[in-house]
Design a protein around this ligand. Structure first.
Ligand SMILES: NC(=O)c1ccc[n+]([C@@H]2O[C@H](COP(=O)([O-])OP(=O)(O)OC[C@H]3O[C@@H](n4cnc5c(N)ncnc54)[C@H](OP(=O)(O)O)[C@@H]3O)[C@@H](O)[C@H]2O)c1
Length: 264
């Protein structure tokens, strides 16, 4: 096409109709919520998708329906990550999505086991998987590492410190890796969603369906997992010289972490 350079674009490959054709995307935490939606969306974009999480039954059923490959993955377990990395030969895109929040306690009542669990999955697990797949991402010649962070990685709020501290860690990890990979053909992207209504996230954090429902009560159209998957798909299908460093995405009803319009 005159005036454009598509030589380094994964989008414009001659003779291929879908942006992900010929590329392999690994999605961690693909058994539910944002990870499952991202795996489905990337499969629809033509990627060969590898789904990782602990609940293999859920992964296998989703993988069968989207034509992906399910592999067991516990990002907190070094041997699981090693086996996962060995089983995947090609990686063009890694979506580091596995994560979660497990309490809403004030610092004065911090449960250190809960803090450790939060760090293990969100920070250490993300480093572990990224490190294991980085050789393959480099070898791809046009790799993408996507970090699913959170607005909790950019601000602080009461009762959120185990999670906000961990997601601030993810934010710093993304920034550091981008600096370290400068000059190499691997993009580092961070997607930081605000309120996303998924089935399990608030339930895991707050422990009861009623408390989880209260998070979204009266909020007109919280984001859903497909909205975040859409952002991820858009960001990684830009021409490869375009690096979306950080995308903050919230529902219209959430102007800031503490500023949420609720209808009664
Ligand atoms: N929902 C929100 O409001 C929101 C907002 C901003 C950011 N986020 C972030 O978005 C990501 C996905 O959240 P979600 O809302 O989709 O929650 P979710 O439905 O609870 O998904 C979490 C996923 O992580 C996986 N996972 C947890 N521990 C794991 C481990 N040790 N190894 C491998 N996979 C593991 C879970 O699968 P298994 O249990 O099968 O392993 C699950 O598939 C998280 O990083 C979360 O922090 C969520």
């Amino acid at each position: 096409m005159p005036g454009t350079d598509s030589s380094h674009s994964p989008v414009a490959r001659p003779g291929r109709s879908l942006p992900g054709s010929g590329r392999t995307a690994v999605v961690s935490g693909a058994s539910s919520g944002i990870g499952a939606a991202t795996a489905s969306r990337l499969a629809a974009e033509g990627f060969d998708v590898v789904l990782g999480a602990r609940r293999l039954d859920r992964l296998e059923s989703l993988a069968a329906s989207i034509g992906g490959r399910a592999l067991p993955l516990d990002v907190t377990d070094p041997s699981s990550v090693e086996a996962f990395a060995t089983a995947v030969d090609r990686v063009d895109v890694l979506v580091n999505n596995a994560g979660g929040a497990f309490d809403a306690a004030p610092v004065a009542e911090a449960d250190l086991d809960s803090w450790a669990r939060t760090y293990e999955v969100n920070v250490l697990g993300t480093v572990r998987l990224t490190k294991a797949l980085l050789p393959a991402l480099r070898a791809s010649g046009a790799g993408d590492v996507v970090f699913v962070g959170s607005t909790a990685g950019l601000v602080s709020y009461e009762g959120g410190a185990s999670y906000t501290a961990a997601k601030h860690g993810v934010h710093t990890l993304a920034e550091t890796l981008r600096l370290e990979l400068n000059g190499e053909p691997v993009r580092v992207l961070e997607i930081a969603p605000g309120m996303v209504r998924t089935e399990e996230f608030s339930l895991n954090r707050l422990g009861s369906a009623d408390q989880a429902d209260a998070v979204y009560r009266g909020v007109r159209e919280p984001l859903v997992a497909d909205d975040v998957a859409d952002c991820i798909a858009w960001a990684i299908t830009r021409p490869h010289h375009v690096n979306v460093d950080l995308m903050v995405v919230r529902p219209l009803a959430q102007a800031a972490q503490h500023k949420v319009a609720r209808e009664s």
